[in-house]
Design a protein around this ligand. Structure first.
Ligand code: PLP
Length: 431
């Protein structure tokens, strides 16, 4: 199986963290999100311990909230000592409601409103990751009114394309996020920030992309960012103590994706950063990373019930399920890869190639194309694996489908972390 928390039991059923997926689907109905709590904790601990060990004092991961956001998850993150990054007042509100210590929260976003800024300052968010001049002016004004000095990191674009591993000066500099180093605008903006009395510039942030399976692109980004930190020190006599390298490592969604050892990659990255700081005679900043999918993706799967199985003679077969793009829009958005199987026949040979279609009134409502399945029948349970990230958090009510519940598995026991939405929930704001 793709990950060690997925097995097949004596009944031939798929299990997650030792729990029979079909039994849970019988109990909670479908569609259903299942999550393995221990796997989330293990992934968090791997980042926390490796970053502390190989990147030095103060270095730590921040869980990227956008990948999966509900109260119970923030409780788990708080218990593990993870920081978090938040991109909206809604995520902030959720973290606050869960009692997450907001001094460990970093507030992102390329277009924070004045109301967002005020809400975050009032909530005691540790750091803003400031994106642009307008935002900086607004933070300064609001912080001044409240008699506070707000800590910030400034988001920069180092001009790196992680998937070609080249420093491309146009592609990634051309972004709605952050400010470019290469054009000189980043230095200019730093000069401006240092004139703002109610903002403390503590460091810099960059995010080069997602699904990165090796440390080298992060090292390339670190190289550019550390040089910039050195330039700021030399030109503006201002030292910063934090470098945030953004989103985390990739995740294995399908057999063709590599296994990745996070600890080894963090170790290698830490060693590179040490060498770079030495070469630049720069005191090493605390390193932050913002893993999202690599904390939660492999903890989760989605269970659906199969409805129709349709073969178009001479073309292909469609298997329709009782969910679709409202609970997993990622194939429709990015043609993302997923592994699927019939959970109640997991030990049988898969020899039926089909496209998995959702139930929405939309031809693009596809979960995956040309998947090899055990020939499915109405009533079978179809599991889509590795859906812990960017599924629940991207879920919508398109076609007025209620969002599925999130059920956690811990020590072989299951509990509801997020309830299933009801039809009454769907009309609660309708006048
Ligand atoms: C999306 C994103 C992340 C998380 O990326 P993963 O691939 O889920 O680790 C972190 N930081 C920023 C700024 C992002 O946009």
């Amino acid at each position: 199986m793709l990950h060690s928390n997925l097995q097949i039991n004596e009944k031939g059923h798929l299990t997650l963290a030792g729990a029979d997926v079909c039994t849970l689907a019988d109990k909670y109905s479908t569609p259903l999100f299942l999550m393995d709590e221990e796997r989330i904790r293990e992934n968090a601990r791997t980042y926390i311990s490796a970053m502390r060990e190989f990147m030095g004092e103060g270095s730590r991961p921040l869980f990227a909230s956008k990948s999966c956001c509900f109260k119970r998850l923030y409780e788990i993150m708080a218990e593990e000592g993870m920081g978090t990054d938040l991109v909206s007042p809604g995520e902030l509100y959720t973290a606050r409601a869960a009692g997450f210590p907001l001094e460990n929260a970093f507030f992102h976003g390329n277009n924070k409103t004045d109301a967002d800024i005020e809400f975050a300052i009032d909530s005691g968010v540790g750091y803003f990751i400031a994106d642009n001049r307008e935002e900086l002016c607004s933070i300064n004004t609001i912080a001044k009114r409240k008699g506070k000095v707000q800590n910030i990191l400034l988001r920069l674009t180092p001009g790196i394309d992680p998937h070609t591993q080249q420093k491309i000066s146009t592609g990634k500099v051309d972004s709605k996020f952050g400010t470019a180093i290469e054009t000189g605008q980043a230095m200019e903006l730093c000069r401006f920030i240092l004139t703002l009395e109610n903002i403390s510039l503590c460091g810099f942030h960059c995010h080069i992309g997602s699904q990165i399976f090796e440390y080298e692109p992060f090292a390339d980004a670190a190289d550019i960012m550390l040089r910039f930190i050195k330039d700021v020190k030399d030109e503006l006599s201002h030292s910063v103590s934090i470098l945030n390298l953004g989103g985390g490592f990739g995740v294995r969604y399908i057999e063709e994706h590599p296994h990745i050892d996070y600890r080894e990659n963090i170790k290698s990255l830490g060693e590179k950063i040490d060498e770079m700081c030495l070469a630049l005679s720069l005191e090493k900043p605390a390193i932050l990373m913002e893993p999202g999918r690599s904390i939660v993706a492999d903890s989760g799967l989605t269970v659906y019930s199969v409805g129709s199985v349709k073969t178009i003679t001479g073309y292909k077969s469609y298997v329709s399920i009782d969910g679709g793009m409202p609970d997993n829009p990622r194939f429709a958005l990015y043609e993302s890869d997923y592994t699927a199987l019939i959970a109640n026949k997991a030990d049988k040979e898969a020899d039926f190639v089909a496209t998995i279609a959702g139930r929405c009134c939309e031809s693009g409502d596809i979960i995956q194309e040309d998947v090899n399945l055990v020939c499915p029948e109405r009533g079978d349970y179809l599991a889509v694996l590795v859906t812990g990230a960017y599924n629940y958090s991207m879920a919508s009510n398109y076609n007025r489908l209620p969002r599925p519940p999130v059920v956690m598995i811990r020590d072989g026991k299951d509990y509801v972390a997020v309830k299933r939405e009801t039809h009454a929930d769907l009309i609660r704001n309708d006048i």
